[in-house]
Design a protein around this ligand. Structure first.
Ligand SMILES: Nc1ncnc2c1ncn2[C@@H]1O[C@H](COP(=O)(O)OP(=O)(O)O)[C@@H](O)[C@H]1O
Ligand SMILES: O=C(CO)[C@H](O)[C@H](O)COP(=O)(O)O
Length: 534
Protein backbone atom coordinates (compact mmCIF):
# COMPACT_ATOMS: atom_id res chain seq x y z
CA UNK A 1 0.00 0.00 0.00
CA UNK A 2 1.21 3.50 -0.85
CA UNK A 3 1.76 6.54 1.27
CA UNK A 4 -1.24 8.80 0.56
CA UNK A 5 -4.51 9.26 2.35
CA UNK A 6 -8.06 10.21 1.36
CA UNK A 7 -10.20 12.53 3.45
CA UNK A 8 -13.92 12.71 2.72
CA UNK A 9 -15.96 15.57 4.12
CA UNK A 10 -19.75 15.49 3.84
CA UNK A 11 -20.88 19.02 4.68
CA UNK A 12 -24.44 20.29 4.58
CA UNK A 13 -24.28 21.45 0.98
CA UNK A 14 -21.60 19.34 -0.63
CA UNK A 15 -19.35 16.32 -0.52
CA UNK A 16 -15.61 16.87 -0.91
CA UNK A 17 -12.81 14.36 -1.21
CA UNK A 18 -9.16 15.29 -0.84
CA UNK A 19 -5.99 13.30 -1.41
CA UNK A 20 -3.08 14.11 0.91
CA UNK A 21 0.47 12.89 1.30
CA UNK A 22 1.89 11.90 4.70
CA UNK A 23 3.08 15.50 5.30
CA UNK A 24 -0.47 16.79 4.88
CA UNK A 25 0.05 18.31 1.44
CA UNK A 26 -3.22 18.42 -0.48
CA UNK A 27 -2.62 16.78 -3.87
CA UNK A 28 -6.11 16.98 -5.32
CA UNK A 29 -9.67 17.71 -4.33
CA UNK A 30 -13.08 17.02 -5.90
CA UNK A 31 -16.54 18.27 -4.96
CA UNK A 32 -20.19 17.38 -5.65
CA UNK A 33 -23.32 19.17 -4.44
CA UNK A 34 -25.78 17.16 -2.36
CA UNK A 35 -29.53 16.90 -3.02
CA UNK A 36 -31.61 18.49 -0.30
CA UNK A 37 -35.38 18.64 0.27
CA UNK A 38 -36.70 21.56 2.34
CA UNK A 39 -40.30 21.97 3.49
CA UNK A 40 -42.27 24.19 5.80
CA UNK A 41 -41.95 23.28 9.46
CA UNK A 42 -38.14 23.35 9.39
CA UNK A 43 -38.03 20.06 7.48
CA UNK A 44 -34.68 19.39 5.80
CA UNK A 45 -33.99 15.95 4.32
CA UNK A 46 -31.31 14.24 2.26
CA UNK A 47 -30.69 10.85 0.67
CA UNK A 48 -28.01 8.41 1.82
CA UNK A 49 -27.87 6.83 -1.66
CA UNK A 50 -27.28 10.26 -3.23
CA UNK A 51 -24.56 11.10 -0.69
CA UNK A 52 -22.80 7.75 -1.18
CA UNK A 53 -22.89 8.24 -4.98
CA UNK A 54 -21.35 11.74 -4.52
CA UNK A 55 -18.67 10.28 -2.21
CA UNK A 56 -17.76 7.60 -4.78
CA UNK A 57 -17.58 10.11 -7.63
CA UNK A 58 -15.45 12.55 -5.61
CA UNK A 59 -12.98 9.95 -4.35
CA UNK A 60 -12.45 8.53 -7.83
CA UNK A 61 -12.07 12.00 -9.38
CA UNK A 62 -9.66 13.27 -6.70
CA UNK A 63 -7.44 10.16 -6.86
CA UNK A 64 -7.26 10.35 -10.64
CA UNK A 65 -6.56 14.10 -10.54
CA UNK A 66 -3.69 13.39 -8.13
CA UNK A 67 -2.30 10.93 -10.71
CA UNK A 68 -2.35 8.05 -8.21
CA UNK A 69 -3.21 4.36 -8.54
CA UNK A 70 -5.78 2.82 -6.15
CA UNK A 71 -2.96 1.10 -4.20
CA UNK A 72 -1.33 4.49 -3.50
CA UNK A 73 -4.11 5.28 -1.02
CA UNK A 74 -3.23 3.63 2.29
CA UNK A 75 -6.07 4.92 4.43
CA UNK A 76 -9.39 6.75 4.30
CA UNK A 77 -11.23 8.92 6.81
CA UNK A 78 -14.82 10.10 6.68
CA UNK A 79 -16.46 13.07 8.36
CA UNK A 80 -20.04 14.19 7.96
CA UNK A 81 -22.72 16.43 9.36
CA UNK A 82 -24.48 14.97 12.36
CA UNK A 83 -27.57 14.01 10.39
CA UNK A 84 -29.77 10.98 11.17
CA UNK A 85 -29.77 8.15 8.60
CA UNK A 86 -32.61 5.62 8.77
CA UNK A 87 -32.13 2.21 7.18
CA UNK A 88 -34.65 -0.61 6.84
CA UNK A 89 -34.16 -4.34 6.24
CA UNK A 90 -31.06 -5.17 4.16
CA UNK A 91 -29.84 -1.64 4.70
CA UNK A 92 -32.38 -0.11 2.36
CA UNK A 93 -33.28 3.58 2.91
CA UNK A 94 -36.52 4.20 4.84
CA UNK A 95 -38.46 7.45 4.28
CA UNK A 96 -38.34 9.88 7.22
CA UNK A 97 -41.53 11.75 6.32
CA UNK A 98 -45.18 11.07 5.58
CA UNK A 99 -44.32 11.70 1.90
CA UNK A 100 -43.15 8.06 1.79
CA UNK A 101 -40.33 8.89 -0.62
CA UNK A 102 -37.65 6.27 0.05
CA UNK A 103 -34.96 8.55 -1.34
CA UNK A 104 -35.50 10.93 1.59
CA UNK A 105 -34.12 8.84 4.46
CA UNK A 106 -31.97 11.42 6.27
CA UNK A 107 -33.20 13.98 8.78
CA UNK A 108 -30.55 16.66 8.34
CA UNK A 109 -28.95 18.15 11.49
CA UNK A 110 -30.54 21.57 10.80
CA UNK A 111 -34.05 20.06 10.58
CA UNK A 112 -35.90 21.40 13.63
CA UNK A 113 -39.01 19.18 13.40
CA UNK A 114 -38.23 17.71 16.81
CA UNK A 115 -38.34 21.01 18.71
CA UNK A 116 -41.41 19.92 20.72
CA UNK A 117 -39.76 16.62 21.60
CA UNK A 118 -36.57 18.44 22.68
CA UNK A 119 -38.59 20.79 24.87
CA UNK A 120 -40.33 17.84 26.54
CA UNK A 121 -37.06 16.01 27.12
CA UNK A 122 -35.58 19.14 28.69
CA UNK A 123 -38.62 19.58 30.94
CA UNK A 124 -38.27 15.98 32.18
CA UNK A 125 -34.64 16.51 33.14
CA UNK A 126 -31.96 13.81 33.31
CA UNK A 127 -28.33 13.54 34.39
CA UNK A 128 -27.34 12.98 30.74
CA UNK A 129 -28.38 16.57 30.03
CA UNK A 130 -25.43 17.70 32.17
CA UNK A 131 -23.25 16.37 29.35
CA UNK A 132 -24.95 18.37 26.58
CA UNK A 133 -24.60 21.80 28.18
CA UNK A 134 -27.78 21.37 30.26
CA UNK A 135 -30.20 21.48 27.30
CA UNK A 136 -30.78 18.93 24.56
CA UNK A 137 -30.98 20.50 21.12
CA UNK A 138 -33.53 19.58 18.44
CA UNK A 139 -30.47 19.15 16.22
CA UNK A 140 -29.45 16.09 18.25
CA UNK A 141 -30.57 12.56 17.51
CA UNK A 142 -32.64 11.47 20.54
CA UNK A 143 -35.33 14.18 19.98
CA UNK A 144 -35.37 13.17 16.30
CA UNK A 145 -35.75 9.48 17.20
CA UNK A 146 -38.59 10.40 19.55
CA UNK A 147 -40.26 12.34 16.73
CA UNK A 148 -39.99 9.27 14.48
CA UNK A 149 -41.43 7.00 17.15
CA UNK A 150 -44.38 9.35 17.68
CA UNK A 151 -45.09 10.57 14.17
CA UNK A 152 -43.97 7.59 12.05
CA UNK A 153 -44.30 4.61 14.42
CA UNK A 154 -44.21 2.03 11.61
CA UNK A 155 -40.94 3.48 10.31
CA UNK A 156 -39.49 3.59 13.80
CA UNK A 157 -40.49 -0.01 14.50
CA UNK A 158 -39.39 -1.27 11.08
CA UNK A 159 -36.00 0.43 10.98
CA UNK A 160 -33.01 -1.89 11.02
CA UNK A 161 -30.44 0.76 12.03
CA UNK A 162 -30.36 4.45 12.97
CA UNK A 163 -26.93 5.94 12.22
CA UNK A 164 -25.17 9.26 12.32
CA UNK A 165 -24.13 10.07 8.77
CA UNK A 166 -20.39 9.51 9.40
CA UNK A 167 -21.14 6.05 10.83
CA UNK A 168 -23.36 5.26 7.85
CA UNK A 169 -20.45 6.05 5.53
CA UNK A 170 -18.01 3.79 7.37
CA UNK A 171 -20.65 1.03 7.37
CA UNK A 172 -21.04 1.42 3.58
CA UNK A 173 -17.26 1.29 3.18
CA UNK A 174 -16.52 -1.67 5.46
CA UNK A 175 -19.74 -3.39 6.53
CA UNK A 176 -18.86 -2.58 10.16
CA UNK A 177 -21.67 -1.25 12.34
CA UNK A 178 -19.21 0.19 14.89
CA UNK A 179 -20.09 3.75 15.88
CA UNK A 180 -17.52 6.46 16.42
CA UNK A 181 -17.35 7.69 20.01
CA UNK A 182 -17.52 11.18 18.50
CA UNK A 183 -20.96 10.84 16.96
CA UNK A 184 -22.73 8.92 19.71
CA UNK A 185 -21.29 11.03 22.53
CA UNK A 186 -21.98 14.40 20.95
CA UNK A 187 -25.39 13.72 19.43
CA UNK A 188 -26.90 10.54 20.94
CA UNK A 189 -26.23 11.01 24.71
CA UNK A 190 -23.73 8.13 24.96
CA UNK A 191 -21.69 8.67 28.14
CA UNK A 192 -18.17 8.04 26.86
CA UNK A 193 -16.57 8.78 30.22
CA UNK A 194 -18.52 5.83 31.65
CA UNK A 195 -18.60 3.84 28.41
CA UNK A 196 -22.37 3.32 28.54
CA UNK A 197 -25.76 4.39 27.39
CA UNK A 198 -28.04 5.67 30.16
CA UNK A 199 -31.00 3.25 30.04
CA UNK A 200 -33.06 5.36 32.44
CA UNK A 201 -32.84 8.36 30.10
CA UNK A 202 -34.20 6.38 27.15
CA UNK A 203 -37.02 4.91 29.25
CA UNK A 204 -37.94 8.28 30.77
CA UNK A 205 -38.20 10.12 27.45
CA UNK A 206 -40.26 7.43 25.70
CA UNK A 207 -37.54 5.56 23.81
CA UNK A 208 -37.51 2.55 26.14
CA UNK A 209 -37.78 0.28 23.08
CA UNK A 210 -34.17 1.10 22.21
CA UNK A 211 -33.04 0.14 25.71
CA UNK A 212 -35.12 -3.09 25.63
CA UNK A 213 -33.14 -4.15 22.54
CA UNK A 214 -29.82 -3.45 24.24
CA UNK A 215 -29.28 -0.43 21.95
CA UNK A 216 -28.73 -2.81 19.02
CA UNK A 217 -30.16 -0.29 16.56
CA UNK A 218 -28.17 2.71 17.74
CA UNK A 219 -24.80 1.17 18.54
CA UNK A 220 -23.31 -1.56 20.68
CA UNK A 221 -19.73 -1.33 19.43
CA UNK A 222 -18.41 2.16 20.14
CA UNK A 223 -14.82 2.85 19.08
CA UNK A 224 -12.39 5.75 19.09
CA UNK A 225 -12.26 7.89 15.94
CA UNK A 226 -9.38 6.69 13.77
CA UNK A 227 -9.82 3.03 14.77
CA UNK A 228 -9.39 0.80 11.69
CA UNK A 229 -12.76 -0.80 10.96
CA UNK A 230 -13.53 -4.36 9.86
CA UNK A 231 -11.12 -5.67 7.24
CA UNK A 232 -10.91 -2.28 5.55
CA UNK A 233 -12.71 -1.49 2.31
CA UNK A 234 -14.98 -4.27 1.10
CA UNK A 235 -14.58 -5.47 -2.46
CA UNK A 236 -17.87 -3.82 -3.41
CA UNK A 237 -17.06 -0.45 -1.81
CA UNK A 238 -13.53 -0.50 -3.24
CA UNK A 239 -14.98 -1.01 -6.69
CA UNK A 240 -17.42 1.88 -6.23
CA UNK A 241 -14.77 4.24 -4.82
CA UNK A 242 -12.04 3.26 -7.28
CA UNK A 243 -9.71 2.15 -4.46
CA UNK A 244 -8.12 -1.13 -3.41
CA UNK A 245 -10.04 -3.69 -1.32
CA UNK A 246 -8.69 -3.86 2.22
CA UNK A 247 -7.62 -0.19 2.31
CA UNK A 248 -7.74 0.94 5.95
CA UNK A 249 -10.94 2.82 6.85
CA UNK A 250 -11.00 4.86 10.05
CA UNK A 251 -13.95 5.27 12.38
CA UNK A 252 -15.16 8.74 11.47
CA UNK A 253 -15.89 12.13 12.97
CA UNK A 254 -18.60 14.76 12.83
CA UNK A 255 -17.51 17.30 10.19
CA UNK A 256 -16.82 20.08 12.67
CA UNK A 257 -14.65 17.76 14.75
CA UNK A 258 -12.63 16.87 11.66
CA UNK A 259 -12.03 20.62 11.34
CA UNK A 260 -10.77 20.51 14.92
CA UNK A 261 -8.40 17.60 14.22
CA UNK A 262 -7.18 19.41 11.10
CA UNK A 263 -6.29 22.55 13.06
CA UNK A 264 -5.82 22.51 16.84
CA UNK A 265 -2.72 20.32 16.94
CA UNK A 266 -0.98 22.07 14.04
CA UNK A 267 2.74 22.76 14.48
CA UNK A 268 3.91 26.37 14.64
CA UNK A 269 2.13 29.29 16.24
CA UNK A 270 1.68 29.58 19.97
CA UNK A 271 -0.13 27.27 22.36
CA UNK A 272 -1.31 23.68 22.14
CA UNK A 273 -4.55 21.71 21.91
CA UNK A 274 -5.56 22.92 25.37
CA UNK A 275 -5.20 26.64 24.65
CA UNK A 276 -6.46 26.69 21.05
CA UNK A 277 -10.11 26.52 20.10
CA UNK A 278 -11.21 25.31 16.68
CA UNK A 279 -13.76 27.47 14.85
CA UNK A 280 -15.38 25.83 11.84
CA UNK A 281 -17.25 28.46 9.84
CA UNK A 282 -19.31 26.78 7.12
CA UNK A 283 -23.08 26.54 6.75
CA UNK A 284 -23.13 26.52 10.54
CA UNK A 285 -20.39 27.59 12.92
CA UNK A 286 -18.87 25.19 15.43
CA UNK A 287 -16.52 25.99 18.28
CA UNK A 288 -14.50 23.09 19.70
CA UNK A 289 -12.56 23.58 22.90
CA UNK A 290 -10.43 20.81 24.42
CA UNK A 291 -9.89 20.65 28.18
CA UNK A 292 -8.04 18.29 30.52
CA UNK A 293 -10.86 18.25 33.10
CA UNK A 294 -14.57 18.44 32.24
CA UNK A 295 -15.88 22.02 31.98
CA UNK A 296 -19.62 22.38 32.57
CA UNK A 297 -20.65 25.50 30.65
CA UNK A 298 -24.42 26.06 30.53
CA UNK A 299 -25.57 26.46 26.93
CA UNK A 300 -22.37 25.04 25.45
CA UNK A 301 -22.66 21.37 24.45
CA UNK A 302 -20.62 18.86 26.40
CA UNK A 303 -18.45 18.24 28.22
CA UNK A 304 -17.85 15.23 25.98
CA UNK A 305 -15.11 12.76 26.84
CA UNK A 306 -12.71 11.72 24.06
CA UNK A 307 -15.07 13.01 21.38
CA UNK A 308 -12.38 14.83 19.43
CA UNK A 309 -8.86 14.68 20.88
CA UNK A 310 -8.60 11.21 22.52
CA UNK A 311 -8.60 11.15 26.34
CA UNK A 312 -9.43 14.87 26.66
CA UNK A 313 -12.78 16.57 27.23
CA UNK A 314 -14.53 18.73 24.65
CA UNK A 315 -16.96 21.64 24.73
CA UNK A 316 -18.81 22.37 21.51
CA UNK A 317 -20.71 25.55 20.71
CA UNK A 318 -21.30 27.68 17.67
CA UNK A 319 -24.32 28.88 15.72
CA UNK A 320 -26.80 26.74 13.79
CA UNK A 321 -26.76 29.18 10.90
CA UNK A 322 -23.52 31.06 10.21
CA UNK A 323 -22.58 30.99 6.49
CA UNK A 324 -26.27 30.14 6.00
CA UNK A 325 -27.20 33.20 8.08
CA UNK A 326 -25.06 35.48 5.92
CA UNK A 327 -26.64 33.89 2.83
CA UNK A 328 -30.11 34.55 4.30
CA UNK A 329 -29.23 38.09 5.34
CA UNK A 330 -27.83 39.32 2.05
CA UNK A 331 -30.72 37.83 0.08
CA UNK A 332 -33.04 40.19 1.99
CA UNK A 333 -31.48 43.21 0.28
CA UNK A 334 -32.98 44.66 -2.95
CA UNK A 335 -29.53 44.71 -4.61
CA UNK A 336 -28.94 40.97 -4.03
CA UNK A 337 -30.11 39.81 -7.50
CA UNK A 338 -27.85 42.37 -9.22
CA UNK A 339 -24.89 41.40 -7.04
CA UNK A 340 -25.56 37.69 -7.58
CA UNK A 341 -25.43 38.33 -11.35
CA UNK A 342 -22.11 40.18 -11.03
CA UNK A 343 -20.76 37.42 -8.78
CA UNK A 344 -21.77 34.75 -11.30
CA UNK A 345 -20.02 36.66 -14.07
CA UNK A 346 -16.89 36.81 -11.92
CA UNK A 347 -17.13 33.07 -11.20
CA UNK A 348 -17.61 33.66 -7.47
CA UNK A 349 -20.27 32.94 -4.90
CA UNK A 350 -22.22 35.98 -3.75
CA UNK A 351 -20.54 36.06 -0.33
CA UNK A 352 -17.03 35.77 -1.77
CA UNK A 353 -17.85 38.56 -4.22
CA UNK A 354 -19.16 40.74 -1.37
CA UNK A 355 -16.01 40.05 0.66
CA UNK A 356 -13.86 41.21 -2.26
CA UNK A 357 -15.96 44.34 -2.69
CA UNK A 358 -15.71 45.09 1.04
CA UNK A 359 -11.92 44.57 0.88
CA UNK A 360 -11.69 47.00 -2.03
CA UNK A 361 -13.57 49.53 0.11
CA UNK A 362 -11.11 49.28 3.01
CA UNK A 363 -11.99 45.90 4.52
CA UNK A 364 -12.03 45.20 8.24
CA UNK A 365 -10.21 48.45 9.07
CA UNK A 366 -13.01 50.47 7.46
CA UNK A 367 -15.82 48.53 9.10
CA UNK A 368 -17.29 51.56 10.91
CA UNK A 369 -18.01 53.61 7.76
CA UNK A 370 -18.88 50.48 5.78
CA UNK A 371 -21.49 49.31 8.27
CA UNK A 372 -22.86 52.76 9.09
CA UNK A 373 -26.08 52.59 11.10
CA UNK A 374 -26.73 48.87 10.69
CA UNK A 375 -26.77 46.29 13.48
CA UNK A 376 -27.33 42.59 12.78
CA UNK A 377 -28.01 39.72 15.15
CA UNK A 378 -27.75 36.85 12.64
CA UNK A 379 -29.63 34.23 14.68
CA UNK A 380 -32.00 33.15 11.94
CA UNK A 381 -31.92 29.52 13.12
CA UNK A 382 -31.80 30.16 16.84
CA UNK A 383 -28.87 30.58 19.19
CA UNK A 384 -26.95 27.33 19.53
CA UNK A 385 -24.55 28.67 22.18
CA UNK A 386 -24.22 30.05 24.79
CA UNK A 387 -28.00 30.46 25.20
CA UNK A 388 -29.18 27.11 23.76
CA UNK A 389 -32.20 29.05 22.54
CA UNK A 390 -33.75 27.55 19.44
CA UNK A 391 -36.42 30.28 19.48
CA UNK A 392 -33.91 33.13 18.98
CA UNK A 393 -34.35 34.84 15.62
CA UNK A 394 -32.47 37.23 13.35
CA UNK A 395 -32.59 40.99 13.91
CA UNK A 396 -31.64 43.79 11.53
CA UNK A 397 -31.74 47.26 13.09
CA UNK A 398 -30.87 50.65 11.65
CA UNK A 399 -32.07 50.02 8.07
CA UNK A 400 -32.31 53.02 5.76
CA UNK A 401 -33.67 53.42 2.23
CA UNK A 402 -30.39 52.48 0.51
CA UNK A 403 -31.04 49.91 -2.22
CA UNK A 404 -27.64 49.92 -3.95
CA UNK A 405 -24.67 47.58 -3.93
CA UNK A 406 -22.91 49.58 -1.22
CA UNK A 407 -25.88 49.08 1.09
CA UNK A 408 -25.62 45.35 0.44
CA UNK A 409 -21.92 45.38 1.38
CA UNK A 410 -22.89 47.21 4.60
CA UNK A 411 -25.38 44.49 5.44
CA UNK A 412 -22.80 41.78 4.70
CA UNK A 413 -20.20 43.43 6.97
CA UNK A 414 -22.72 43.99 9.77
CA UNK A 415 -23.70 40.32 9.52
CA UNK A 416 -20.07 39.19 9.78
CA UNK A 417 -19.55 41.41 12.82
CA UNK A 418 -22.65 39.80 14.37
CA UNK A 419 -21.16 36.34 13.84
CA UNK A 420 -18.01 37.59 15.59
CA UNK A 421 -19.99 38.93 18.57
CA UNK A 422 -21.67 35.53 18.89
CA UNK A 423 -18.21 33.96 18.97
CA UNK A 424 -17.17 36.39 21.69
CA UNK A 425 -20.18 35.40 23.81
CA UNK A 426 -19.15 31.75 23.60
CA UNK A 427 -15.53 32.53 24.51
CA UNK A 428 -16.72 34.63 27.47
CA UNK A 429 -19.13 31.94 28.71
CA UNK A 430 -16.39 29.30 28.58
CA UNK A 431 -13.82 31.57 30.23
CA UNK A 432 -16.29 32.27 33.04
CA UNK A 433 -16.14 28.53 33.81
CA UNK A 434 -12.35 28.47 33.66
CA UNK A 435 -12.02 27.19 30.08
CA UNK A 436 -9.92 29.89 28.46
CA UNK A 437 -8.86 30.23 24.85
CA UNK A 438 -5.60 31.80 23.81
CA UNK A 439 -6.06 31.44 20.06
CA UNK A 440 -8.83 30.38 17.69
CA UNK A 441 -7.85 28.24 14.69
CA UNK A 442 -10.27 28.66 11.82
CA UNK A 443 -11.53 26.33 9.09
CA UNK A 444 -14.64 25.89 6.93
CA UNK A 445 -15.67 27.51 3.65
CA UNK A 446 -16.26 30.99 5.10
CA UNK A 447 -13.07 30.72 7.15
CA UNK A 448 -11.01 30.79 3.95
CA UNK A 449 -11.52 34.54 3.54
CA UNK A 450 -8.87 36.88 4.94
CA UNK A 451 -11.54 39.53 5.48
CA UNK A 452 -13.72 37.14 7.48
CA UNK A 453 -10.76 36.13 9.66
CA UNK A 454 -9.84 39.75 10.46
CA UNK A 455 -13.44 40.81 11.19
CA UNK A 456 -13.79 37.84 13.54
CA UNK A 457 -10.51 38.68 15.31
CA UNK A 458 -11.64 42.29 15.77
CA UNK A 459 -15.22 41.52 16.78
CA UNK A 460 -14.37 38.69 19.17
CA UNK A 461 -11.11 40.30 20.39
CA UNK A 462 -9.10 37.12 19.93
CA UNK A 463 -6.23 35.93 17.73
CA UNK A 464 -7.51 33.96 14.75
CA UNK A 465 -4.99 31.57 13.20
CA UNK A 466 -5.24 29.81 9.86
CA UNK A 467 -3.36 26.72 8.74
CA UNK A 468 -1.44 26.07 5.53
CA UNK A 469 -4.03 23.49 4.44
CA UNK A 470 -6.63 25.14 2.22
CA UNK A 471 -9.30 22.70 3.49
CA UNK A 472 -8.49 21.78 7.10
CA UNK A 473 -11.74 19.81 7.51
CA UNK A 474 -10.69 17.50 4.67
CA UNK A 475 -7.22 17.27 6.15
CA UNK A 476 -8.74 16.27 9.49
CA UNK A 477 -10.42 13.32 7.78
CA UNK A 478 -7.22 12.38 5.98
CA UNK A 479 -5.47 12.42 9.39
CA UNK A 480 -8.02 9.82 10.51
CA UNK A 481 -7.04 7.71 7.50
CA UNK A 482 -3.33 8.09 8.30
CA UNK A 483 -3.89 6.99 11.91
CA UNK A 484 -6.04 4.02 10.83
CA UNK A 485 -3.38 2.96 8.31
CA UNK A 486 -0.74 3.03 11.05
CA UNK A 487 1.30 5.80 9.40
CA UNK A 488 1.16 7.68 12.73
CA UNK A 489 0.65 6.01 16.05
CA UNK A 490 -1.25 8.89 17.67
CA UNK A 491 -3.44 11.83 16.78
CA UNK A 492 -0.94 14.18 18.39
CA UNK A 493 1.84 12.96 16.09
CA UNK A 494 -0.35 13.00 13.00
CA UNK A 495 -1.77 16.46 13.71
CA UNK A 496 1.61 18.12 14.09
CA UNK A 497 3.18 16.23 11.16
CA UNK A 498 0.34 16.96 8.75
CA UNK A 499 -0.93 20.40 9.78
CA UNK A 500 0.86 23.73 10.25
CA UNK A 501 -0.19 27.21 11.35
CA UNK A 502 0.45 29.67 8.51
CA UNK A 503 -0.82 33.04 9.65
CA UNK A 504 -2.33 34.73 12.70
CA UNK A 505 -4.82 37.63 12.53
CA UNK A 506 -4.66 39.71 15.72
CA UNK A 507 -7.38 42.13 16.85
CA UNK A 508 -6.73 45.61 15.48
CA UNK A 509 -6.43 48.35 18.14
CA UNK A 510 -7.90 50.82 15.61
CA UNK A 511 -11.39 49.28 15.63
CA UNK A 512 -11.39 48.03 19.20
CA UNK A 513 -13.61 50.72 20.73
CA UNK A 514 -16.08 50.61 17.87
CA UNK A 515 -16.47 46.83 18.23
CA UNK A 516 -16.76 47.15 21.99
CA UNK A 517 -19.72 49.52 21.61
CA UNK A 518 -21.21 47.38 18.89
CA UNK A 519 -20.90 44.24 21.00
CA UNK A 520 -22.91 45.85 23.79
CA UNK A 521 -25.53 47.01 21.29
CA UNK A 522 -25.66 43.42 19.97
CA UNK A 523 -26.32 42.08 23.46
CA UNK A 524 -29.03 44.68 24.08
CA UNK A 525 -30.79 43.78 20.83
CA UNK A 526 -30.61 40.06 21.64
CA UNK A 527 -32.01 40.69 25.11
CA UNK A 528 -34.73 43.03 23.83
CA UNK A 529 -36.01 40.40 21.39
CA UNK A 530 -35.94 37.74 24.09
CA UNK A 531 -38.03 39.87 26.41
CA UNK A 532 -40.48 40.86 23.64
CA UNK A 533 -40.92 37.23 22.73
CA UNK A 534 -41.27 35.95 26.26
N1 LIG B 1 -16.41 35.04 2.25
C1 LIG B 1 -17.48 34.51 2.82
N2 LIG B 1 -18.24 35.26 3.66
C2 LIG B 1 -19.32 34.75 4.27
N3 LIG B 1 -19.76 33.50 4.07
C3 LIG B 1 -19.06 32.71 3.25
C4 LIG B 1 -17.88 33.17 2.59
N4 LIG B 1 -17.41 32.13 1.85
C5 LIG B 1 -18.24 31.09 2.03
N5 LIG B 1 -19.24 31.43 2.87
C6 LIG B 1 -20.37 30.59 3.32
O1 LIG B 1 -19.87 29.37 3.86
C7 LIG B 1 -20.83 28.34 3.63
C8 LIG B 1 -20.15 27.19 2.94
O2 LIG B 1 -19.13 26.69 3.75
P1 LIG B 1 -18.64 25.17 3.56
O3 LIG B 1 -17.71 24.88 4.68
O4 LIG B 1 -18.13 25.02 2.19
O5 LIG B 1 -20.01 24.40 3.64
P2 LIG B 1 -20.53 23.04 4.30
O6 LIG B 1 -21.31 23.47 5.50
O7 LIG B 1 -21.38 22.45 3.24
O8 LIG B 1 -19.32 22.21 4.65
C9 LIG B 1 -21.93 28.93 2.76
O9 LIG B 1 -23.02 29.30 3.57
C10 LIG B 1 -21.25 30.15 2.16
O10 LIG B 1 -22.12 31.17 1.78
O1 LIG C 1 -23.80 20.22 14.30
C1 LIG C 1 -22.73 20.24 13.77
C2 LIG C 1 -21.57 19.69 14.44
O2 LIG C 1 -21.86 19.25 15.71
C3 LIG C 1 -22.52 20.88 12.43
O3 LIG C 1 -22.86 22.20 12.51
C4 LIG C 1 -23.36 20.31 11.41
O4 LIG C 1 -22.93 18.99 11.33
C5 LIG C 1 -23.22 21.03 10.07
O5 LIG C 1 -21.90 21.36 9.71
P1 LIG C 1 -21.51 22.31 8.47
O6 LIG C 1 -21.93 23.69 8.81
O7 LIG C 1 -20.00 22.18 8.41
O8 LIG C 1 -22.18 21.77 7.26
Amino acid sequence: MGGCFAGIDVGTGSVRAGIFDADGRQLAVAKRDIRMWKEAGDIVEQSSDDIWACVCACVREAREAAGLAPEDIAGIGFDATCSLVVLGPEGRPLPVGKHGDGARNIIVWMDHRATGQADRINALGSPVLDYVGGTISPEMETPKLLWLSEELPATFAGAWQFLDLADFLTWKATGSLARSVCTVTCKWTYLAHEQRWDESYFRKIGLGALADEGFARIGTEIVAAGTPLGAGLTVEAADELGLAPGTAVAAGLIDAHAGGIGTVGARGGSGDVLSRMAYVFGTSACTLLTTREPAFVPGVWGPYYSAMVPDFWLNEGGQSAAGAAIDRLVRLHPAAPQAAELARAAGQSLNVWLAHRAEAAGGAGAIAPLVGTLHVVPEFLGNRAPFADHLARGIVAGLGMDEGLDGLVSLYMAGLAGIGYGLRQILDAQAAKGARTQMVVISGGAGQSALVRQVLADAAQVDIAATVAPEPVLLGSAILGAVAAGRYDSFAGAMSAMSEIEVVYSPSPATRDWHERRFHAFERLQGAYRSLRD
